[in-house]
Write a protein that binds this ligand. Structure first.
Ligand code: CTP
Ligand code: MG
Length: 173
């Protein structure tokens, strides 16, 4: 694989996880997954993890995998047939949001409040979760994994800045 191919395949591979994570942030809200319950005096997950975010995230992420599978069918970039891509999209989306939940669980146990940043971990949680769950169907080669881990914090900074410029976010980080 040459460098360009690694970059294109990595982006195509991780897209459903990015879509899941962004959809949860855009459309989330309402009932908390932990139903407001606490553990040892601290919230189990916190108000930043909601059922609506989880369900819509998985839905849009899976749809992204399906659409990708449809358009890549028969090209050198196809990961598999339509069913395979849809299922991979589901695993990547669910994994992304599960990774995010595990991170919030750990943050609360450490006494970090909802929304307070935990640098690097806040950015990599969903990619790590997506790769772990996605590996049930497909584990990318090492050079793709390395690129994804390098790319994600940079993409995060860029997207947050974009959100700030578009006035969707109050702060540029
Ligand atoms: N979100 C959601 N449901 C999820 C995941 C995310 O509703 N399962 C929404 C919430 O509105 C959340 C936002 O996406 O505030 C951003 O997600 P994230 O940064 O992961 O949550 P934080 O609010 O920062 O909370 P935490 O400290 O637990 O990470
Ligand atoms: Mg956060």
């Amino acid at each position: 694989m040459d460098a360009i191919e690694i970059i294109i395949l990595s982006l195509l591979f991780i897209l459903p996880a990015y879509v899941a994570n962004s959809s949860a942030a855009l459309f989330g809200g309402g009932l908390a997954i932990d139903f407001g319950k606490t553990l040892g005096g601290k919230r189990i997950l916190g108000d930043g993890k909601t059922w609506r975010g989880l369900l819509l995230g998985v839905f849009f992420g899976t749809a992204a995998g399906n659409i990708e599978g449809y358009f890549l069918m028969g090209t050198q970039y196809a990961f598999g047939n339509l069913g395979f891509c849809t299922l991979l999209g589901l695993l990547l989306s669910f994994g992304a949001l599960a990774g995010d939940l595990v991170k919030s669980f750990i943050k609360r146990r450490m006494g970090i409040e909802r929304g307070k940043s935990w640098p690097i971990v806040d950015q990599l949680d969903f990619v790590a979760g997506a790769i772990v769950f996605g590996s049930i169907l497909y584990l990318p080669p090492l050079e793709m994994l390395a690129f994804l881990i390098f790319l994600t914090p940079i993409m995060h900074l860029f997207l947050n800045y974009l959100g700030y410029k578009l006035k969707c976010k109050k702060v540029p980080w």
